[in-house]
Design a protein around this ligand. Structure first.
Ligand code: GLC
Length: 801
């Protein structure tokens, strides 16, 4: 361990001796004789907030990340003082604070396991360059501790032994280990002794995290300014940590419209109108489901946001309507840079109202983006956000665009060394005026937030759909996201896999990659394998720069088209399953994807796995990430599973070779699961669904599955017009029982379920539905055994011979 004197020589300062304690309801203050104050707030029994000042007073307490809806309140709070320490005891945690140096140790109160311990703990360095402090925290690494999280880092899922920086950055053609890239999510989870905790360092300055790289036994995090201000979140299950973090920083404010979970096609750029129509017509002609078509920057007049190039798109309203009649929702890009053009109304208005960002000494922040020289709205000012929201009236309400895509909002500026605003640019920061050093990481988030409010207002009573490139913690409340400008390589396919999983465990599930790769062009094989993975990502969009050829499903050969169709159809069939998972995300913060470590943290085998993941909570998938593969080895987590394609029953807890020729991909269903499936549609709402399939996978034992449904758009579901069905499966040697419980007032169009029975170990002798014996004739014997039942059954018994 490094001793203080060594660190002191490096300019570090430390809290000195404790002198006083004060309690104010749920908040405790510990002061030292060198003006350090630790403010400890008991948020919940398992969530503590630690905040430090070195001057005796705190900054205004303001955060863009923490939502006003975060749950607060605890069951138990006890404070005990002895000569050396204070003990803060809740029903979940025991937190010890040393009087000598304010160092913290946190224990599981039930079994006394040490969960997290300060090494040096809080210390700081004065920043000679900027004034203020560089605030630092160091913690001891536990035996065999693993680390996960941090948003979009294109690194191994387990962060142990690595160091990272958070500074949202436009990163064209980033690679494995490029750091930082587009997002700043300063939240990680630590896992040791089967206990997980999370730390959310809510500091928007440039932050750093070191997980034992610099010193093998120390994890540290620090920021170039602001306060040491972090939340400690106890699990002990990793899923609970992610849910609590999501509770703090917010769940998506509403469900997406179901179409947004369909397949999206994008390119830079589809224009003119005839080209857009050619693409959408081809989807319908080839019967490849698709719900959204994107307009990249060329739809605008000289890249001026909120304008149209009338040569390419003479009548956007008519076009958008015609596309919609054919099931395509139009999504349009909007960037933050506003072209300097005194004839352009958006520019003029923002100038008049003083909405553009300025340099410290007064002139406007001027930077080059697609339109040439631009000024940039200060989205950290509430009035500017309101104005921005209002700009969507024409685009959304009049023209009918149903999704907005926010790009370049890091903010990205071309042709300057740091690719963004200089540090001195001033921001309002909701009345807490500051420089770009503090506002940079939230600039894109605040833009997406303003866009979201505009979309929501002018699309009402339909639900909003927004997508953003830049993000800080909490952005998931407003928008979906994609992982930026990737490359058409096999390595990038595996990066996309890691990023989507990492985003989900960082509270931002509604994410996906540019399928096929943005830069360069994939071979048909890579494209096919990427589609196979992409249909299991919450946000599913093909996008490419268009510089290197086309990336539509028919741009390769007929075999590719057929396989791609098959997988996109699978996505559409599984929509009710994904929608149910989304409901659990907005209700409980449950991630849509679970890396194996989230699925089964107790099994050490999962701690260093990156390829396999669980989609929702019952479907295990593993992409093929190499050319010429006929299958792959993968880890099947504990429990038993059915191969989705063959119904082969496999025991987990071991590695296994799984066949997967180019038209397949390793995919398993958890035993006991009941997976809902829609019929294939070319777009959401194309047909009235008359019957919903339930794929029932027999298990000797019990398993619970769920099915959420509603009108697929609009807000009626918030007034109780949804249906939430719970299916309890109980399998015995000679019997299968399915019990259904339903809540909510929504009546779906379908009246029946078609039960497809997989893996039944006995021949059926008798069927009872709600205590009535049903003729065995009702069983259909096709590929699987199936039967049609009324959707409101309460209990089904299948009894064996
Ligand atoms: C950026 C975006 C990309 C978009 C392009 C043109 O590179 O990341 O998705 O197509 O700008 O707008």
């Amino acid at each position: 361990m490094i001793v203080n004197t060594e660190l002191e020589q490096k300019g570090n300062l430390f809290p000195s001796k404790f002198v006083s304690f004060k309690k104010d309801v749920d908040t405790l203050y510990f002061s030292t004789d060198n003006n350090v104050v630790l403010q400890l707030t008991v948020f919940r029994d398992s969530v503590l907030r630690f905040r430090y000042t070195t001057t005796g007073t705190f900054d205004n307490d303001f955060s863009y990340a923490i939502t006003k809806y975060a749950s607060k309140g605890y069951n138990h709070l006890e404070i005990v003082e002895n000569d050396e320490e204070y003990h803060i005891i809740t029903s979940k945690l025991l937190c010890k604070i040393a009087k000598e140096n304010l160092r913290i140790r946190i224990y599981d109160v039930k079994d006394n396991t040490l969960i997290n311990e300060d090494e040096i703990g809080f210390h700081w360095e004065e920043s000679y360059e900027y004034g203020g402090n560089i605030v630092k925290m160091s913690k001891t690494i536990n035996d065999r501790e693993s680390y996960f999280g941090l948003g979009d880092k294109p690194e191994h899922l387990n962060l142990k032994g690595k160091r990272f920086e958070n500074w949202v950055t436009d990163s064209y053609a980033f690679g494995k280990q490029t750091d930082p890239i587009y997002k700043a999510i300063p939240f990680f989870t630590g896992l040791h002794h089967n206990k997980a905790y999370g730390i959310f360092f809510d500091n928007t300055f440039r932050t750093y995290f070191d997980f034992g790289q610099e010193r093998r036994n120390v994890t540290s995090f620090w920021a170039q300014g602001g306060e040491m201000n972090y939340y400690f979140i106890y699990g002990p299950k990793m899923n609970d940590v992610v849910e609590s973090y999501t509770d703090l920083t917010g769940k998506p404010h509403q469900l997406p419209p179901l179409w947004a979970l369909g397949f999206h096609q994008c390119k830079w750029s589809y224009y003119p109108e005839a080209n857009v129509k050619e693409i959408t017509n081809k989807f319908r002609e080839l019967q490849i489901p698709c719900d959204a078509i994107y307009l990249d920057i060329d739809y605008m007049d000289g890249f001026r946001c909120f304008t149209w190039n009338k040569d390419y798109f003479p009548d956007p309203k008519r076009m958008v309507k015609e596309l919609l009649d054919d099931g395509f929702k139009t999504v349009a890009i909007i960037d933050p840079g506003i072209k300097i053009d005194h004839e352009y109304s958006v520019f003029k208005e923002a100038l008049e109202k003083d909405y553009f960002c300025k340099r410290a000494d007064g002139p406007y922040m001027k930077g080059k983006v697609w339109p040439g020289e631009c000024y940039f709205p200060d989205f950290t000012k509430p009035e500017v956000r309101d104005w921005w929201s209002g700009l969507f009236k024409e685009l959304v309400e009049d023209i009918g665009v149903q999704g907005v895509w926010n790009d370049m909002n890091e903010p990205a500026v071309m042709e300057v060394p740091n690719k963004t605003f200089p540090d001195d640019v001033r921001h309002d920061y909701d009345g807490n005026r500051c420089s770009h050093r503090k506002a940079h990481n939230v600039y894109g988030m605040q833009m997406a937030r303003a866009t979201y409010h505009g979309m929501k207002k002018f699309n009402y009573p339909k639900r909003p759909f927004v997508i953003t490139r830049a993000a800080y913690s909490g952005t998931q409340r407003y928008t979906s996201t994609w992982t930026g400008d990737n490359v058409a390589t096999w390595e990038h396919l595996s990066i996309a896999n890691i990023q989507a999983q990492r985003m989900a465990m960082s509270g931002f599930s509604f994410a996906g990659s540019d399928i096929g790769g943005f830069a360069e062009q994939p071979q048909g094989e890579l494209y096919t394998r990427w589609i196979q993975l992409g249909v299991f990502h919450p946000f599913c969009r093909v996008h490419s720069s268009g510089d290197h050829g086309d990336q539509e499903p028919w741009a390769f050969d007929d075999d590719v088209t057929d396989i791609v169709r098959k997988f996109i159809e699978l996505r559409y069939q599984l929509l009710p399953y994904l929608y149910t998972a989304f409901w659990k995300l907005i209700e409980h913060g449950t991630p849509l994807l679970q890396s194996l470590v989230l699925f089964d943290q107790e099994d050490q085998q999962t701690h260093y796995r990156t390829d396999e993941f669980v989609y929702g909570n019952q479907i295990l998938v593993c992409p093929i990430q190499e050319p010429n593969a006929k299958g792959r080895r993968m880890y099947i987590p504990r429990g038993s599973w059915y191969n989705f394609w063959t119904d082969e029953y496999v025991e987990g807890g071991k590695e296994k070779w799984v066949d997967a020729e180019i038209d397949s991909m390793p995919m398993f269903i958890k035993e006991g699961a009941i997976i809902p499936k829609f019929p294939v549609q070319q777009y959401v709402g194309e047909i009235e669904i008359e019957e919903l399939a339930l794929e029932v996978y027999y298990k000797l034992g019990k398993e619970v599955s769920e099915l959420y449904d509603d009108a697929h758009d609009g807000y009626d579901y918030t007034k109780g017009r949804y249906s939430f069905r719970t299916f309890k499966l109980t399998g015995k040697a000679n019997e299968l029982i399915i019990q259904q419980h339903k809540e909510g007032k929504y009546e779906a169009s379908y009246k029946t379920f078609k039960l497809n029975l997989h893996g039944l170990p006995f021949e059926i002798k008798e069927i009872q539905i709600d205590n009535e014996i049903i003729s065995i004739e009702n069983l259909q014997v096709n590929e699987t055994l199936s039967m049609v039942v009324d959707k409101n059954f309460a209990e089904i018994h299948l009894i064996g011979k």
